[in-house]
Design a protein around this ligand. Structure first.
Ligand SMILES: [Zn+2]
Length: 273
């Protein structure tokens, strides 16, 4: 089987995890042992672990992400979530400083009341840039109807990328449904990347047609950007299952060498795994 790196995984062991509904819909137990079993079964050597949202809207505390990674026998690497207050920015940088395994930061655009270019994030960008750590952004559709799409729109990353050409930027979920905007961003900016995680969940009417539509949009984005070296595989477990995430990659109308880049080569380089 094709070797793979999953650049976008969530997990907690809490009853108030807001992603439990997705897990249930996908028939997943949503536990560390299940996740590690699925990764082994699907030849997924490494994964990046991100805080899921809790029912009160807050992300799982970073310390719990670090602890889950420590129990993963080297399969999971932590991503530190940064919320937009001075205090939380300082705490996130401290966590990254104390844990050399941290591979990236995450900013939850659309869920927090701050834009990507808000000055509150400047210390994170300075630090990430100095250490070569990418910053992941939630972009596009939000899991809850109260999300702010103006703040999660992928084009809001253009000003950050303009100001910080050394900062590695990853747009999560390919900015869905603004695939073309993301294609332009990854084409325009040498340091902008996008993951294809969490694009399908459950079934529903026209599920098969929808996957076909996604595959076409992503293939077009690859043609537009002139290659697949900026695109990263991810599931957004438990939002999308491994079988659905791999089915999407299989449908892409690109060369096998591009699929290999998407599945692991790009992530290995971007996250220095
Ligand atoms: Zn996610």
């Amino acid at each position: 089987m094709q070797r793979t790196i999953d650049a976008h995984i969530h997990l907690s062991e809490r009853k108030d995890d807001a992603l439990l509904t997705y897990a249930k819909n996908n028939g997943l137990r949503y536990s560390l042992s299940e996740l590690m079993g699925l990764m082994r079964k699907n030849s997924v050597q490494r994964g990046l672990l991100l805080s899921p949202p809790l029912e009160d809207g807050r992300p799982l505390p970073n310390q719990q992400i670090i602890e889950l990674c420590e129990r993963s026998e080297g399969m999971l690497s932590p991503v530190v979530t940064v919320e937009p207050t001075k205090k939380e920015v300082a705490a996130a940088l401290r966590t990254a400083d104390e844990n050399s395994e941290v591979k990236a930061f995450k900013i939850r655009l659309g869920y927090v009341r701050a834009a990507a270019d808000s000055r509150v994030f400047d210390p994170v960008y300075d630090y990430a840039q100095a250490k070569g750590l990418p910053v992941l952004y939630h972009t596009g559709d939000t899991a809850f109807s109260t999300g702010d799409l103006r703040l999660s729109h992928p084009l809001s990353l253009d000003s950050v990328a303009n100001r910080r050409e050394e900062l590695k930027i990853v747009l999560c979920h390919f900015g869905s449904p603004w695939f073309e905007d993301v294609a332009e961003l990854i084409y325009k900016h040498p340091n902008a990347y996008a993951d294809i995680s969490g694009l399908t969940t459950g079934g529903g009417a026209y599920a098969k047609e929808f996957v076909g539509l996604l595959a076409r949009k992503l293939s077009e984005a690859i043609y537009f950007a002139g290659g697949a070296e900026k695109i990263l595989f991810g599931t957004d477990y438990p939002v999308t299952t491994y079988s659905d995430a791999f089915a999407l990659v299989r449908l892409l109308q690109v060369d096998d060498s591009d699929k290999e880049m998407i599945l692991w080569r790009n992530a290995k380089e971007v996250f220095r795994l």
